[in-house]
Design a protein around this ligand. Structure first.
Ligand code: AMP
Ligand code: ZN
Length: 469
C-alpha cells in the first residue's frame, strides 16, 4: 500500500481510506484570472500522478477540483477589462481545460465553480455564527475569530505563544507572521464593482478560503481522505479551510494533507507577481510537446523544489525518444500477438522497483529509473533475439502499466508512418532468432526474403532496423 507524507503530522504515513477501496480527494484549482503558468501545472501534474498512483493501487478515486472564479484577483481583472466577472473568467476556464489535455492530466470528477455555490458558503458562515466563531465587523464584513478555535495553526505548526496575532486581515493572501482573524464574507465596497450577493450580513462576497471549505464538504462530506495543493497554499489557505470546516462541524476535516514544492526559475518561485513565468502555451509555441513538459514537471520528487530549465526539456525529449524506439521495436516484434502469461523474470524486477517507488510517497525519480531499466532490459533482449512475439506483447503491457501512472509513453507518441504487416514482422523475428543462434546463412537468406518483399533490414547496436523500400 502507499506511504504518503502528511503535512499535518510531518511524517510519512500509510494511506488508509475512510471507505475501503475509495479515496475522496480535493485539489485546490486555478484562480481563473489569467492563463495558468507551468508552476501551477507542477501542482496539477503532481496531483494527477497522485490520482493515477491511487488508481494503480486499485483504488477508486473521487476528485474535486474547484475553480476560483471570484476573489480579489478575478474581481480586479474583470474591472480592469471592463467586462462582467463571468464573461472575464470564462475564457480562462476554457483555456485551463485545454491545458489539462495538453499535459494529459486526467479529468477530476467535479469542477465546482465558486460562484455556483454561494448558498453553501452562506450556510457555512451561519454555522460558524451558531458556534460563536464568526462575528460581523463595522465595515460590513464577517470574520473568523481564530483565538476562539483551540486547534488553529495545527497544519502550519504556528507557534501561537510566540507569534503575536496581527490585526484582522481582509486580503485572501498574507504571511503567517501577521495571522489574525480572516474574512469569511467581505462586505461590498466600490472596489467590487457590480460583483456581490445578498446575504444575512448584507451584500458582499465570500472569502477565498471559505470557498474551498464549502465546496469540498458539499461534494466529499464533512470528513474526507486527502487534500492537496502547492506548498504556498498551506498557510493561510489550508489552515483557514481546516478552521472553518472543523469549527462548523466539530469533526476532523481531512485525514491527509499533501503539498508539492515550488517550480523555480533561477532560484525563485515561478509566479505571476515576479514576472518570471512561462505559460504552458508559451512553451508549446516554442515547439515543446505536452509529453516533454509533463516529463520535466513530474520527474522530480514532488516535495523538492524543481528548477525549470530548457536543458531539462531537451533531456526529456531525448529520454522519450529512447522509450519510443524501444516500444516501436517491441511492437514490431509482437506483431499484434496477445501477451502470453507473465513477463520474463528479469522484467518483474523493473515492475517491482517501479511499484515500490510510486508507493513510497511518489518517488518519481526512482520510478523513471525503473522505466529506463526496463528499456535497457528490453533492448538487450531484442538484440539477443531472446524475445518471442508473446513476450514482446507482455512487455508492451508492462509499459502500459507504467504509463498508467506516468502518462508520457503513449501520449503524444510520434505516429510511425508505416504499419508493419504480420508476415514481415514474423520474418524479422525469425531473422533475430537466426542471428542469436549465429546462423548467419539463415540470417542472410531472411534478409533477402525481406528485400524481395520490399523491406530493407539493417543491423545496429540496438538490434535490427526495418525500413520500407
Ligand atoms: P493559484 O491559481 O495561484 O491559486 O495557484 C494554483 C495552484 O498552483 C496552487 O495549488 C498553488 O499552490 C500552485 N502553484 C503556484 N505557483 C506554483 C509554483 N511556482 N510551483 C508549484 N506550484 C505552484
Ligand atoms: Zn483551495
Amino acid at each position: 500500500m502507499m506511504q504518503v507524507y502528511n503535512s499535518l503530522s510531518r511524517t510519512k504515513e500509510e494511506l488508509r481510506t475512510i471507505e475501503p477501496g475509495h479515496v475522496n480527494m480535493y485539489t485546490c484549482g486555478p484562480t481563473v484570472y489569467n492563463f495558468a503558468h507551468i508552476g501551477n501545472f507542477r501542482a496539477y501534474t503532481f496531483e494527477d500522478v497522485l490520482r493515477r498512483a491511487l488508481i494503480f493501487n486499485g483504488l477508486r478515486v473521487t476528485q474535486v477540483m474547484n475553480l476560483t472564479d471570484v476573489d480579489d484577483k478575478t474581481i480586479r481583472g474583470s474591472l480592469a477589462a471592463g467586462v462582467p466577472l463571468k464573461a472575464f473568467t470564462q475564457p480562462y476556464i476554457q483555456a485551463f481545460f485545454e491545458d489539462l489535455k495538453t499535459l494529459n492530466i486526467q479529468p477530476a470528477e467535479h469542477y465546482p465553480a465558486a460562484t455556483d455555490h454561494i448558498p453553501e458558503m452562506i450556510a457555512l458562515i451561519e454555522k460558524l455564527f451558531e458556534r460563536g466563531l464568526a462575528y460581523k465587523s463595522e465595515d460590513g464584513s464577517v470574520y473568523f475569530s481564530v483565538g476562539k478555535l483551540p486547534g488553529y495553526g495545527k497544519l502550519a505548526h504556528l507557534d501561537r505563544d510566540n507569534l503575536r496575532a496581527g490585526a484582522r486581515v481582509a486580503q485572501d493572501e498574507y504571511e503567517k507572521e501577521s495571522y489574525g482573524d480572516f474574512a469569511l464574507w467581505k462586505g461590498w465596497d466600490a472596489s467590487d464593482g457590480d460583483v456581490g450577493w445578498d446575504s444575512p450580513w448584507g451584500r458582499g462576497r465570500p472569502g477565498w478560503h471559505l470557498e474551498c471549505s464549502a465546496m469540498s464538504m458539499r461534494y466529499l462530506g464533512e470528513t474526507f481522505d486527502l487534500h492537496t495543493g502547492g506548498i504556498d497554499n498551506l498557510f493561510p489557505h489550508h489552515e483557514n479551510e481546516i478552521a472553518q470546516a472543523e469549527g462548523a462541524t466539530g469533526k476532523p476535516f481531512v485525514m491527509y494533507w499533501m503539498h508539492c514544492a515550488h517550480l523555480r526559475v533561477n532560484g525563485e518561485k515561478m509566479s505571476k507577481s515576479l514576472g518570471n513565468f512561462f505559460t504552458l502555451r508559451d512553451l508549446v509555441e516554442k515547439g515543446w510537446r505536452g509529453r516533454e513538459i509533463r516529463t520535466v514537471l513530474i520527474n522530480g520528487h514532488y516535495r523538492q523544489a524543481l528548477n525549470f530549465t530548457f536543458d531539462a526539456l531537451d533531456a526529456a525529449r531525448a529520454a522519450l525518444a529512447r522509450v519510443d524506439e524501444c516500444v516501436d521495436a517491441l511492437e514490431e516484434r509482437a506483431a499484434g500477438a496477445a501477451p502470453a502469461g507473465n513477463v520474463p523474470a528479469w522484467a518483474t524486477g523493473a515492475h517491482d522497483a517501479f511499484a515500490a517507488a510510486v508507493n513510497d510517497d511518489l518517488n518519481m525519480p526512482e520510478a523513471f529509473a525503473a522505466l529506463f531499466s526496463l528499456v535497457r532490459g528490453c533492448n538487450s533482449a531484442l538484440r539477443d533475439g531472446a524475445l518471442g512475439a508473446a513476450d514482446a506483447a507482455a512487455l508492451l503491457a508492462l509499459f502500459d502499466r507504467f504509463d498508467s501512472v506516468l502518462g508520457v509513453i503513449r501520449f503524444g507518441r510520434p505516429v510511425r508512418s508505416v504499419a508493419i504487416p504480420a508476415d514481415i514482422a514474423a520474418l524479422v523475428a525469425a531473422r533475430a532468432a537466426a542471428r542469436a543462434a549465429k546462423d548467419w546463412a539463415g540470417s542472410d537468406r531472411l534478409r533477402d526474403e525481406l528485400a524481395a518483399k520490399g523491406w530493407e533490414i539493417r543491423d545496429s547496436k540496438e538490434g535490427q532496423k526495418l525500413k520500407k523500400l
